[in-house]
Design a protein around this ligand. Structure first.
Ligand code: LLP
Length: 441
């Protein structure tokens, strides 16, 4: 499974963005997150083009929680993509990168007053209001400061997507948003309209779930959301301008997976949208989306160095298991433990060799941090560089310092050039926040 600009070079090595993966590992050390810049740019352009061709009134914002540093903010700005941030830290990163904040949306189910103030201070384009408390706090602050803040209201369409239970959000039983079914969402719309001019509600928002491998739940959510637009217009007389359906499109982690292409996804989404707008006689809103994983996931590869290889006896066939230990694991990729996530791996320096053995890839934390329970792979030996595919989303972003591991570096590769975009943490970084109180010294 080769993704983005990946190919096998004349040395039989994996090449990404024109850079030899074995050479990248030597130059920058491992573990190393490698992001295929051209692949991200192509994904942004193709996603946007797929929707522009079918429904020109649309806005794409990158869900920065999937992968964020200052370089990606610049890239998204260059590609004309909006930015969804969900915390003070994400917002601050965008501000520090010089991202035009009027193109940003602020999310969060429990935004602090400080976060709401940051949104006002930096002129964030839309605050996606999650609840009544937030609506009141934001209205008070905007009024006191003589400002107008545009908002979306986050609602729950009551759709249960078929994805891992930890990444489902469209169903009724969720901490996010306000229920359409109970009437809470409509009450909040009315309250927001009453808070004009300091609050300017322009639309409604939902996000149903992540890593969705078909567009079925998006279609269902659109029907519910457009029905709600109709109801808002009937009850309040206000016709919302914006409809935000969040993110969620899945990617390929395994060779056999086949998520919808951007064109297929756009066909389904826009087909459902046009049908629902007709059925409910609702004028065309601007369609907003917040893809995260589908813009960056397949663009990322993590490179590890193989250390110990152990064969252990197991009761089931074939009687032995081969543990291939790598120099990272849980701290750079917690997804297998959290979501039973699955990955493909390649021996980056032996791409020409047959994949004739099955191994278990293990991390090096003081946990059973199995990164890949079972993968078909070539002849892997100590010192080889292992490339784990599709780690561009929710890997660097979710990395931790467990066991006081230093966070890996991240490079962008493009046209044979590799540039550091996040440096590797040092051991000094690991202790930089520690204090020894005088009584312990
Ligand atoms: N918009 C909102 C409001 C979201 O909460 C999310 C993701 C997105 C957009 C982007 O969704 P995407 O297009 O990436 O599916 N850590 C988990 C995924 C959590 C998703 C959280 N929200 C994982 O590693 O699978």
């Amino acid at each position: 499974m080769l993704l983005g600009t990946q190919r096998v070079n004349a040395h039989g090595h994996l090449e990404i963005g024109g850079c030899d993966a074995v050479e990248l590992a030597r130059q920058f050390g491992t573990p190393l997150y490698v992001m295929d810049e051209q692949c991200i740019r192509d994904n942004c352009r193709r996603y946007k083009a797929a929707f522009d061709a079918r429904y020109p009134k649309n806005e794409i914002s990158f869900a920065s929680k999937a992968y964020l540093n200052m370089a990606i903010c610049k890239l998204m700005q260059q590609e004309g993509i909006g930015l969804d941030v969900a915390s003070a830290g994400e917002l601050y990163t965008a501000v520090r990168a010089g991202y035009p904040m009027e193109r940003a949306l602020l999310h969060g189910n429990n935004k602090s007053e400080a976060e709401l103030q940051m949104a006002l201070d930096h002129g964030v384009g839309r605050v996606v209001v999650d609840n009544f408390l937030e609506l009141r706090l934001l209205a008070e602050r905007a009024k006191a400061q003589g400002k107008t803040q545009k908002i979306f209201l986050r609602v729950t369409p009551g759709i249960d997507p078929h994805t891992h239970r930890r990444i489902r959000t469209g169903q009724e039983d969720t901490k996010f948003g306000l229920s359409i079914a109970t009437g809470a969402a409509l009450d909040a719309v009315t309250e927001a309209l009453g808070a004009a001019p300091h609050i300017q509600i322009t639309g409604i928002h939902c996000h149903i779930g992540s890593q969705l491998l078909d567009a079925h739940t998006h279609e269902q959510a659109i029907e519910v959301m457009v029905g709600f637009l109709r109801r808002i217009a009937d009850v309040t007389g206000w016709v919302p301008e914006d409809l935000d359906i969040g993110g969620g499109l899945g990617i390929r982690y395994l060779e056999g997976q086949r998520p919808p292409t951007y064109d297929e996804f756009a066909d389904s989404v826009i087909g459902a949208l046009r049908a629902a707008l007709d059925r409910h006689a609702v004028p065309e809103p601007t369609l907003w989306q917040e893809p995260g994983r589908s813009l960056v996931g397949e663009a990322g590869v993590t490179l590890y160095t193989v250390g110990v290889i152990k064969r252990v006896a197991i009761p089931e066939a074939p009687g032995t298991r081969t543990y291939v230990a790598i120099d990272g694991g849980l701290s750079d990729n917690p997804r297998p433990q959290l979501y039973d996530a699955v990955y493909e791996a390649l021996v980056a320096g032996k791409m020409g060799e047959p994949k004739d053995q099955t191994v278990t890839v293990a991390g090096k934390h003081c946990e059973t941090d199995i990164l890949i329970p079972s993968v078909q792979i070539g002849n892997v030996e100590t010192g080889d560089i292992l490339a784990v595919q599709s780690t561009g989303a929710y890997n660097y972003a979710m990395a931790s310092n467990y066991n006081r591991f230093t966070k890996p570096a991240c490079v962008f590769v493009r046209d044979g050039q590799a540039d550091l975009v996040s440096r590797r943490e040092t051991l000094d970084d690991v202790v930089r926040l520690d204090e020894i109180p005088a009584r312990l010294a």
